[in-house]
Design a protein around this ligand. Sequence first.
Ligand SMILES: [Zn+2]
Ligand SMILES: [Zn+2]
Length: 345
Amino acid sequence: MQENTENLYARPHRRFNLLTNEWVLVSPHRTQRPWQGQVEDKPKEKQPEYDPNCYLCPGNERAGGAVNPDYQDTFVFTNDYAALLPDTPEAEQNENDLLIAESERGLSRVICFSPRHDLTLAKMSTKEIRRVVDVWAAQYEEIGAIDYIKSVQIFENRGAMMGASNPHPHGQIWANESLPNETVKELNASRAYFEKHGRSLLSDYLKTELEKGERIVHQNKHFVTLVPFWAVYPFETLVISRRQTSAISDLTANERDGLADILRETTANYDLLFDTPFPYTMGFHQRPTDGEDYPELHLHAHFYPPLLRSATIRKFMVGYELLGSPQRDITPETAAEMLRELKEK
Ligand SMILES: [Zn+2]
Ligand SMILES: [Zn+2]
């Protein structure tokens, strides 16, 4: 059903998130309201190439006493403060279906993207990011091959606003024996769509978005960055592979280059938006590593940036958003246009 959406999008409305089966409230008329709330400090712009006090820089000692090697491109190690541990003994609780808990085995690793303390994905070359893509793929395969591991979550928290404790460019992997909430939601929605239509949800969604064009931000031969129709964060984006595949390790060499290039473009463009190193949480959704085929799943990455309207004003998830549904002011179409215009400058 094709409707004239102009009136719909200009007034309060809600949009359906296909991936999670949840709704988001959009209030475009509120974009002019004055801001008297919390203002964050603008992040320190200049970082040194090497910081003797950084526990991620080459040759430095970490909290646990280990010394980092003199690494040249990327470096992976087990998190010294891992949230998940491989030797957790099995245990469970269920009291009258009211108090339910179970032990969780897993592991957490840290990936340094570069020996340079001051380089971010946005400042790295496509070739340098390609090495990170290869490490992600190798780690996904290696950790996924551990018999009890079902989920390998690769992500990056960038910037103090997102809780990153160290400015040195690095990402994390948390892997565990059960599927996390977001994975379960997306798996259920993707499976229902696949059973009904025989194609991956994101293949069809991407096709529709490419036809409409209004939410597309970047694209190359292998990947597309767009502001999803149901985005909650003002400048949230989704990076989707054009070919349906469900893991980074399945990508061809050319596709890996395409992923590296679109990640560079997407992050560099974000930095231009408010003239600041743009904070975000970025992470991939891939198939569970239980050895099953997942033809309904489609490799993608989410970028969740907290900034609302400047380098120092962030979005909070409070009030109605905690109790009811998430809400945004500017429409995803406006956000995509703002991001596209930067690119054309
Ligand atoms: Zn460092
Ligand atoms: Zn996802």
